[in-house]
Design a protein around this ligand. Structure first.
Ligand SMILES: CC(C)(COP(=O)(O)OP(=O)(O)OC[C@H]1O[C@@H](n2cnc3c(N)ncnc32)[C@H](O)[C@@H]1OP(=O)(O)O)[C@@H](O)C(=O)NCCC(=O)NCCS
Length: 159
């Protein structure tokens, strides 16, 4: 089932969101980011962190995107387990792709655990392709990373 994305609100993450974000993070990853990592991203001028909230205001997903000149790096994305497979991830990703293109980025990169086939399929559906593997990049448990990339138009190349 796909939810009506228009009913959901995507806005900037703030410190007040971190209890909800950290709960989803802990329920989503075997080696979750600690709160300080999100706090650091919120204060970095290179990082864009949106949350997506249901009409009541409850947060159902979030992402962290690093923007450096013509490159965007997706460093985190998760949807509340209770809200998965409803199109929330796609809404968030479309928002991130649009933001990166508006900022002039030519490509978005990310890495994903080699065992995380669900997320890989999600990224493939969004136009990402496999670039290369990073051997034993992750811990808890140790595991290879697959680096994926998606080309972007950038703000001045659509004419
Ligand atoms: C990956 C994630 C963000 C996707 O969010 P989501 O809201 O469930 O995704 P959507 O409902 O928008 O899915 C869009 C499409 O992606 C694909 N997809 C998403 N999750 C999938 C899964 N577990 N297995 C296979 N395909 C999947 C499907 O093709 C789906 O379309 P469909 O429902 O019409 O078949 C979510 O599963 C999640 O938070 N996972 C845990 C954290 C994580 O692994 N993050 C990525 C780290 S690299």
């Amino acid at each position: 089932m796909t939810v009506v994305a228009a009913q959901f609100n995507i806005r900037d993450m703030t410190d007040r969101d971190l209890d909800a974000v950290c709960r989803i993070e802990t329920e989503s990853f075997s080696d979750p980011w600690h709160r300080g990592a999100f706090e650091e991203d919120l204060r970095s001028r290179h990082t864009y962190c949106p949350v997506i909230a249901e009409p009541t205001g409850s947060i159902v997903g979030y992402a962290c995107l690093m923007l450096f000149a013509e490159e965007a790096h997706l460093t985190n994305i998760a949807v509340d387990p209770a809200w998965r497979h409803k199109g929330i991830g796609i809404s968030l990703m479309e928002h991130l792709l649009s933001k990166a293109e508006k900022d002039g980025c030519r490509a978005m990169f990310l890495d994903v655990r080699s065992s995380n086939s669900g997320a890989q399929r999600f990224y493939l559906k969004q136009g990402f392709t496999e670039l290369y593997w990073r051997k034993m990049y992750y811990r808890n448990p140790p595991e290879d990373a697959i680096v994926m990339v998606r080309p972007l138009a950038g703000k001045d190349s659509d004419g």
